[in-house]
Write a protein of this length. Structure first.
Length: 237
C-alpha cells in the first residue's frame, strides 16, 4: 500500500526490453534505498513495481510486464525520464494522502495548464471508463500523487486539480506539457460505493432503469449526481 505522498523525484537511467518484459534501472535520491530489499514495492509514477536488483548506492532495477507497459505511461518512458517515486507504507504509517494500491486504472492527457501566482491548475481529459468515479472534492491519484478533484465537467469530459507549491516541488508535474499523458488511480472506496449504487438500481429497476434515468434528466439530475451526493455524504462521516 502507498499513501500518495511522493517521497522524491527519481530518474530512469537505462531501459532494456527482453521477451515482453521491460527492465528499468532507476537512480534515486540519496537515502531513498536505505534498507530497501529485493522484492520490496516502489510506486513509480503511481505504478507499483517490485525491486528485482539493487545497484548500490542509489539505484535499483524493476521488471515491468506487458499489461503495465500498455496501460500506463511507463510504456513511453525513455532513459533520462524523471518520475515520481514512493516506497511502500510501513505498518502504522500516517496516511497523509489516501490509501493507494499502485494499480493504475487508466492514463489520460493533460488538456490545459494554468499558473496563477503560486497556484498551478491542471485540466485533464476525463477517460470514459472512469467518468462514474470522479467527483468534485473527491480523491484521485495522478502519477502516484494523492490529489483532490476541484472541478469536473462530464459533458465536456474534463476534470481539474490544483497543486500547492510543496506538491510542485516534490513532483514532476511542472515538467508536463500539453498532450502529455499521466497515470490515474481512482479512489477504491468511491468505486465500491458507485458500483454498489448502480448495481442496486439495475437489480431493482431492471428494464425500467432507462425510464428512471430519463425522469432524473427532467429534474436536472442523473445517476451520477445521486452517487456523487452519496459519496460526499459518506466521506463526511
Amino acid at each position: 500500500m502507498f499513501t500518495g505522498i511522493i517521497s522524491s523525484i527519481a530518474a530512469i537511467q537505462d531501459i532494456e526490453d527482453h521477451n515482453g518484459i521491460r527492465t528499468f534501472d532507476i537512480e534515486f535520491e540519496q537515502g531513498f534505498c536505505n534498507d530497501l530489499d529485493i522484492g520490496a514495492s516502489v510506486a513509480v509514477d503511481g505504478v507499483c513495481l517490485t525491486v528485482t536488483k539493487l545497484l548500490p548506492p542509489n539505484k535499483a532495477s524493476f521488471d515491468v510486464m506487458l499489461p503495465s507497459i500498455r496501460l500506463t505511461t511507463l510504456g513511453s518512458c525513455n532513459a533520462g525520464t524523471k518520475v515520481n517515486v514512493e516506497r511502500a507504507a510501513k505498518d502504522g504509517a500516517e496516511i497523509g494522502g489516501h490509501p493507494l494500491s499502485g494499480h493504475i486504472d487508466d492514463k489520460t492527457k493533460v488538456a490545459e495548464i494554468e499558473t496563477i501566482e503560486d497556484n498551478y491548475r491542471l485540466r485533464l481529459e476525463l477517460p470514459p471508463s472512469l467518468k462514474p468515479y470522479i467527483f468534485p472534492k473527491g480523491y484521485i491519484a495522478i502519477n502516484g500523487a494523492s490529489l483532490t478533484v476541484s472541478e469536473v465537467d462530464k459533458s465536456s469530459n474534463w476534470f481539474e486539480v490544483w497543486l500547492i507549491p510543496e506538491t510542485r516541488r516534490q513532483t514532476t508535474f511542472e515538467e508536463k506539457a500539453l498532450g502529455d499523458y499521466v497515470n490515474i488511480e481512482i479512489e477504491r472506496g468511491t468505486q465500491v460505493v458507485v458500483d454498489t449504487i448502480r448495481n442496486t438500481l439495475t437489480d431493482a429497476l431492471g428494464p425500467l432503469l432507462p425510464e428512471f434515468e430519463r425522469y432524473l434528466t427532467t429534474k436536472n439530475s442523473s445517476i451520477d449526481s445521486l452517487t456523487s451526493t452519496t459519496v460526499r455524504h459518506i466521506s463526511k462521516k
